[in-house]
Design a protein around this ligand. Structure first.
Ligand SMILES: [Zn+2]
Length: 203
């Protein structure tokens, strides 16, 4: 229930709140508070007088019945609630959770995180990067072997760099140890110096 409540609040604030008028948001939360959150049931039977008293009291103002009817209709138009029958105890409302509301569902679908593939810790995936880079160090251009090839994070992990295909480059041990933890820009002068030294030694 606690985890569920957190999800409800997050989805309400992130996706539903921007779509509602302040009064609609107030009434939706009031409904949710007195149905699902109170007793786990999506239904609430309540009279307009009680709604008016509650909403009005919390805002320190009088809310008339016509206004309540308008807010309730607004919530039904946005498929946040369904209005049922009315008897002497009031009107029956079915309250939908944010994730059940189609406007929220659409937004959730767009923002859902695609599962990112890990090309760093999975050895088969690591190999794909080495093959892509033709076993050549991205920084110095020297050939590496399956035994000494390493993967470098172009954007360092502590700066949010991911284990993604795009962020991983085949690197030789020397270049990787120089580049390690630096951005490309920060590492450039050190890499250049090392590459020049290695060239001079080989000549
Ligand atoms: Zn290198």
């Amino acid at each position: 229930m606690k985890e569920n409540l957190q999800k409800i609040i997050e989805q309400f604030v992130d996706f539903l709140l921007p779509l509602l008028t302040p009064y609609e948001a107030g009434l939706y939360i009031f409904f949710l508070r007195n149905s699902y959150i109170k007793n786990g049931s999506p239904e609430i039977r309540i009279g307009k007088r009680t709604i008016a008293n509650n909403l009005g009291a919390s805002r320190g103002e009088k809310t008339n019945y016509a206004h309540i009817t308008k807010i309730v209709s607004g919530l039904e138009e946005k498929s946040c609630i369904k209005i049922g029958d009315t008897n002497c105890d009031g009107t029956l409302y079915s309250v939908f959770l944010p994730e059940e509301i189609s406007l929220v569902k659409e937004k959730l679908a767009i923002t859902a995180d695609p599962v990112e593939e890990d090309y760093f810790t999975n050895s088969e995936k690591r190999k794909e990067i080495f093959v892509r880079d033709k076993y050549t160090c991205f920084y110095c251009g020297e050939k590496v072997t399956p035994k000494n090839a390493t993967l470098d994070h172009l954007v360092p992990q502590y700066k949010g760099g991911k284990h993604s295909k795009e962020n991983l480059k085949t690197s030789c041990l020397i270049c990787n140890s120089i580049k390690s933890g630096k951005t490309q820009e920060e590492a450039a002068p050190f890499l250049l110096k090392s590459i020049q030294e290695r060239k001079a030694r080989n000549n």
